[in-house]
Design a protein. Structure first.
Length: 74
């Protein structure tokens, strides 16, 4: 059984994936735009990473959304 924090990471990752797929961006392209490793970005989307604030800001900028848009389901 997953903890509450693990479930939040999964929800966050699903939100990143949804925002990435909306304009048809690949994981590789998002990673390049955010200056993150492709495997790290894939881990984020699967809810396997606990991101720092700076990485959240990088992903938001790469997705061209305000960081608050990443947290709409919380």
């Amino acid at each position: 059984m997953k903890s509450q924090n693990e479930r939040k990471q999964i929800i966050f990752g699903e939100r990143i994936r949804k925002l990435r797929l909306k304009p048809g961006i690949t994981v590789a392209k998002l990673s390049k735009l955010a200056h993150l490793d492709r495997s790290y970005t894939a881990d984020v989307e699967r809810g396997e990473r606990n991101l720092s604030l700076l990485k959240i800001l990088k992903l938001a900028a790469a997705l061209r959304v305000h960081p608050s848009k990443l947290f709409v389901k919380f």
